[in-house]
Ligand binder design. Structure first.
Ligand code: NAD
Length: 496
């Protein structure tokens, strides 16, 4: 059994805690690796390596840091297929999707290549006679990132690209379900010339996470994962004096207005509902069909479902792979039973597909119609290939449904009416809005973040807010000695 160990101080360090977890190939159901779970002492040693590397890295010129980011970009680009292969073998998503994930992550590295420009401060000459004021942004120090299983390459890049470019040292605690990608990335960062200790990886579970949250040297924590853990991270981290951004779960709605192009809406719902087996925080989970459009939309989605090719992610014909673990697959499938019991119509049950009987953790694409907001399949984040349809009579009812939902990550509206779309964008309590775009993940030069239970903290991730998160401001007021104007003045400083 291959073992995945930590990456501390620029090299692989075998875990000594004696605690480990299994890593599976979700397409075959086989355990392929064991991953070490860090002890408190092992987290401490990664933080210590980061703290040791920090002074020199902080002092490294912007042009040199930018040069290293450019090299990281080149190496990740060159190894894109290899990274995607590791993602597919541990997460299960199909290779083309895994390659797309690397590409979207890489956007953040590209953004961070412009760090000399991003860290430019302001300068005001002659605020008082002979006095200038300027603002600078400085790194926080040792910062940490805790990431989910569903984007093992992209979400770490959301964090570490800006963090290290800003001059911080970064400790990553990736998901224990698919930890392999982070090791490959760690090697590439070293090859790019990043000094040892500036980027470390500790694997593990709650023990490692809780130690990060209470470690006195860690000044900021970025988290992406489920809402209950995000809340825990935010509350514990801030209680310990850390800056925290904690992105949580989601239940994304796609509203289809009566004037929408039904075929286009159905294509979008199927793509965004079942892509990556629904294991995306921006996946469409609920189609909200307004008025008479409901029957045509449900029919159009249903017609497309038998054509979705489900299979091993390494097969170029597969469009959707397995779920990440057997437990998760079974939990997802259980919503088909509860939906039926609670009065919804299961239009398609993915357990009836051949793939469900394979050894891998497959579930066929599933569709539930006539979902009501009080049903478990509406209330919970399912995070699988199970799309629900809620039928409402009016636009106002659709808006009320979305705004009453505790999550506020992404939402989409499908319509030909620009005025309706604009009103929706104005009214909706959700952080990322798509107009005829089902998965509105912002490009790297905007920032990513939901509202309500989808984000704890004040700051969205990556882009300009990411740079602000990983730095703090300083303002310098300066005067150069001019003996001819010097005198004692006990008054409060004011401009002259
Ligand atoms: P998760 O919350 O189970 O795990 C996320 C991280 O937290 C992992 O590194 C895990 O090891 C750690 N963790 C798990 N239990 C913990 C505990 N009790 N104490 C401390 N740490 C713990 O999430 P997941 O299943 O890996 O990922 C799926 C979830 O992530 C979904 O809810 C999805 O919506 C969410 N997600 C959100 C976004 C976003 O941008 N908002 C992006 C991707 C995923």
């Amino acid at each position: 059994m291959e073992r995945i160990s930590h990456w501390i101080g620029g090299k692989v360090v075998a875990g000594e805690s004696g605690r480990r977890g299994p890593v599976f190939n979700p397409a075959t159901g086989e355990q392929t690796h064991e991953v070490d779970f860090a002890s408190i002492e092992e987290v401490d040693s990664a933080v210590e390596a980061a703290a040791d590397a920090l002074p020199a890295w902080r002092a490294t010129s912007l042009s040199r840091r930018s040069e290293i980011m450019f090299r990281i970009r080149e190496l990740i680009e060159r190894n894109r297929t290899e990274i995607a292969r590791v993602i597919t073998s541990q997460h299960g998503k199909v290779l083309s999707d895994a390659t797309g994930e690397v590409q979207r992550g890489l956007e953040n590295v590209e953004y961070a290549c412009g760090i000399p420009n991003l860290l430019k401060g302001g300068f005001s000459e002659q605020v008082s006679t002979g006095v200038d004021v300027y603002s600078i942004r400085q790194p926080l120090g040792v910062v940490a990132g805790i990431t989910p299983f569903n984007f093992p390459a992209m979400v770490p890049m959301w964090m570490f690209a800006n963090a290290i470019a800003c001059g911080n040292a970064f400790v990553l605690k990736p998901s224990e379900k698919d930890p392999g990608t982070s090791m490959l990335v760690a090697e590439l960062l070293k090859e790019a010339g990043l000094p040892d200790g500036v980027f470390s990886v500790v694997h593990g579970d709650k023990v490692a996470v809780d130690r990060i949250l209470e470690h006195p040297t860690v000044s900021a924590v970025s988290f992406v994962g489920s809402t209950p853990i995000a809340r825990h991270i935010y509350e514990t981290g801030t209680r310990n004096g850390k800056r925290v951004q904690a992105l949580g779960g989601a239940k994304n709605h796609m509203i289809v207005l009566p004037d929408a192009d039904v075929e286009m809406a159905a294509d979008a719902a199927v793509s965004a509902g079942y892509g990556s087996a629904g294991e995306r925080c921006m996946a469409v989970a609920v189609v909200v069909a307004v008025g008479d459009v409901a029957d045509p939309v449900v029919d159009a989605i249903r017609e497309r479902l038998p054509k979705v090719k489900v299979g091993d992610g390494t097969d170029p014909d597969s469009e959707m792979g397995p779920l990440v673990t057997r437990d998760h697959r079974d939990r997802v499938a259980s919503y088909l039973d509860s939906a039926r019991e609670q009065g919804a119509t299961v239009v398609r049950d993915g357990r009836e597909d051949e793939v469900y009987s394979r050894d891998g953790f497959f579930l066929g694409v599933s569709l539930i119609d006539r979902v009501r907001p009080d049903m478990d399949c509406y209330r919970d984040e399912i995070f699988g290939p199970v799309l629900g349809v809620v039928r409402v009579k009016t636009y106002d009812e659709a808006l009320e449904l979305v705004n009453a939902n505790p999550y506020g990550n992404g939402v989409a509206i499908f319509t030909r009416d620009g005025g309706a779309a604009r009103q929706f964008q104005f009214d909706v309590n959700v952080g990322m809005v798509g107009v005829n775009v089902p998965i509105p993940v912002p490009v790297a030069y905007y920032s990513f973040g939901g509202w309500k239970a989808s984000l704890f903290g004040d700051s969205h991730m990556y882009g300009p807010e990411g740079v602000a998160f990983y730095t703090r401001g300083k303002v310098v007021t300066a005067r150069w000695p001019d003996p001819s104007t010097s005198k004692v003045d006990l008054g409060f400083p004011r401009t002259r």
